[in-house]
Ligand binder design. Structure first.
Ligand code: NI
Length: 183
């Protein structure tokens, strides 16, 4: 089932999301619907607040053609990034590290705006899957960026909060217009 993607200006995008203390059937249903919604919108990541729910649940699916050679470490073993996709997790613990890199980001909740964002290039992450398994991941590349972007959503932070002040000036009018369109 396709869900409505909340847009910039919606208060739910600014909430501190609650931890998922007990996984229920509804969380599995939600994850399936979020993946379907994300694929339909041609995104690579979607966080629960983006569909109106203030809980710490995220779905990610980075296609192979985006980053064919990316190797990551999962629970101490080298794996192909694709082997853990689609990735559904709750209550993430993230530790970004390494040199900051600039990369262009967009967001399904901030339509039509893309901008350069500086973030650490690597991430160590502890992700809890819905079946109770834990993934400890060490990665760089697009997955590291995507994990940071999606986990920001769980704390009410949008990529537009992280862009340089010069770029903010350029985008200010458009962002303000989006706020006026929001409810
Ligand atoms: Ni986003």
């Amino acid at each position: 089932m396709l869900l409505e993607i909340k847009q910039y200006g919606d208060h739910v995008l600014r909430e501190e999301c609650a931890r998922v203390e007990k996984v229920e059937l509804e969380h599995n249903t939600l994850a399936v619907n979020m993946l379907e919604t994300m694929y339909a919108a041609q995104g690579i990541g979607l966080a629960a607040p983006q569909v109106g729910l203030g809980i710490q649940l995220v779905v990610i699916d980075i296609p192979e053609d985006e980053e064919p050679a990316e190797k990551i470490t999962v629970n101490g073993e080298q794996k192909d990034m694709r082997s853990i996709m689609p990735l559904v997790f709750i209550n993430p613990e993230l530790e970004p590290y390494g040199k900051e890199e600039l990369c262009t980001e967009g967001c399904l909740s901030v339509r039509d705006i893309r901008s350069q964002v500086a973030r650490p290039s690597r991430v160590r992450a502890k992700l809890y899957k819905l079946d109770g398994k834990v993934l400890e991941i060490d990665c760089g590349g697009l997955l590291a960026r995507c994990l940071q972007h999606e986990c920001d959503h769980l704390r009410g932070v949008l990529f537009t909060d992280r862009i340089s002040s010069a770029a903010k000036v350029t985008l200010a009018k458009r962002l303000k217009r989006m706020l006026n369109l929001g409810t």
